[in-house]
Design a protein around this ligand. Structure first.
Ligand SMILES: Cc1cc2nc3c(=O)[nH]c(=O)nc-3n(C[C@H](O)[C@H](O)[C@H](O)COP(=O)(O)O)c2cc1C
Length: 379
């Protein structure tokens, strides 16, 4: 099955079957595990970079800097370490539960200074709960993790470089993914120990030491989420996702309140109304019938990715959407808004619902928003 078919099936009304075993939460890297040494002056602070982006905050590994569908965290990180780091140059696997690295081999010739985090996925973890709906979620999750790395790098004063194009298709396989005999046919995204990474984030050593800059703690707010965020917050969030999404998707927000409708960010800092009427009940049905979405304060929507998109575009769009929603989630935390990503969408043809042609403009990812966490509302 290729990615085009896998996405069409994930978008269909077909329900996933019962849960299956998720397997180990961390890839089995070769022993021995090594601690991440503290950085010396002038070096990239790898310990802080990893703690701010990948390290689990709980023993089970469910709570991490990046959001993950079902908290199943399918993304594995390999590290290609160059000069200017507290670890000797080489290739390492990272264990986010124990915050340990495992040496895998020498760094490839031409490795630049700093570290490149190479992100791949273990599909089984997400498939264990989502079944055939896992494939777009795996790509979105990878984008979220890339977003967490990007934010952590910026907090250290470094200028990260993102590669979110998905695997480079090989000759003779220009669109679908069936490249490499190592990969089983049932795996529509590039996975496996020797597969090319889905995303890479390169972090060079910062040119100057960062000030007291941090990444605010992000958590998915418990449902339900109530209260329409103020227009200036919605505008800031819509601007964040548009910039981080790099033009791969269009973004709007479904709002409730006295004048429900769909709004988008206008260049003058205001919100422009693109449709009237409450879209949230329909969104709730499209998002695996999660009833709470019908009453969320607002729902930020990334849409596009037509039904006839090829595999390379599907990978690019989903990776960018995950990255954008991770950044928006942290922006929401900075603005003291409650937020929760929503990534499982079936028959979510927003374009057709607004009177356009069918199959051209589908919801890919979303961030549901509210004005306060429930515990703050009741206090
Ligand atoms: C790609 C993606 C899709 C998600 N979809 C949903 C969803 O449909 N419904 C929901 O309640 N939470 C959803 N979440 C939020 C996760 O459940 C949440 O990230 C996870 O439980 C970990 O909690 P945390 O975000 O507080 O770290 C999604 C998260 C991601 C990254």
């Amino acid at each position: 099955m290729d990615l085009v078919t896998a996405l069409a099936r994930a978008r269909s009304p077909e329900e996933p079957g019962p849960d299956t075993p998720a397997g180990p939460p961390v890839r089995r890297w070769p022993d021995p595990p090594r601690p991440v040494p503290p950085a010396r002056p002038g070096e990239l602070d790898l310990d802080r970079l990893l703690r701010l982006s990948l390290t689990a905050g709980d023993g089970a590994g469910r709570l991490r800097p990046a959001a993950s569908a079902g908290a199943l965290h399918p993304v594995d990180a390999g590290l290609v370490v160059g000069t200017g780091c507290p670890l000797p140059p080489g290739r390492y696997g990272y264990d986010p539960l124990r915050h340990r690295v495992h040496h895998l081999g020498p760094a490839p010739a031409g490795t630049p200074p700093g570290v490149s985090a190479e992100l791949s996925v273990t599909p089984r973890r997400t498939i264990s709960h989502y079944g055939h709906r896992a494939w777009p979620l795996l790509l979105l999750d990878t984008g979220h993790t890339a977003g967490a790395l990007w934010l952590a790098a910026r907090a250290l004063g470094a200028t990260p470089a993102l590669h979110l194009d998905g695997r480079t298709p090989s000759a003779g396989d220009p669109e679908p993914i069936g490249h490499g005999a190592h990969r089983p046919a049932a795996d529509p995204v590039a996975t496996g120990a020797d597969a090319e990474p889905l995303a890479t984030v390169h972090v060079p050593p910062p040119r100057h030491t960062a000030g007291p800059h941090d990444v605010p703690a992000r958590r998915s707010a418990p449902t339900p989420l109530h209260g329409t965020p103020p227009p200036e917050d919605l505008h800031a969030l819509l601007t964040t996702v548009a910039e981080a999404g790099a033009g791969e998707l269009a973004w709007c927000a479904a709002v409730g309140g006295p004048r429900p409708g769909l709004v988008e960010a206008a260049p003058d800092g205001t919100l422009r109304r693109i449709a009237s009427g409450d879209a949230r009940p329909t969104l709730a049905v499209w998002a695996a019938r999660q009833a709470w979405i019908a009453r969320a304060g607002a729902v930020l929507l990334g849409h596009g990715c037509p039904m006839d998109a090829g595999a390379a575009r599907i990978r690019r769009v989903h990776l960018r959407a995950g990255h954008a929603v991770q950044l928006a989630h942290v922006t929401a935390a900075r603005r003291k808004l409650a937020a929760r990503p929503v990534g499982s969408w079936q028959r979510a043809d927003l374009g057709a619902a607004l009177g356009g042609p069918p199959g051209r403009d589908l919801v890919v990812h979303a961030l549901a928003l509210g004005t306060a966490h429930p515990e703050e509302r009741t206090s």
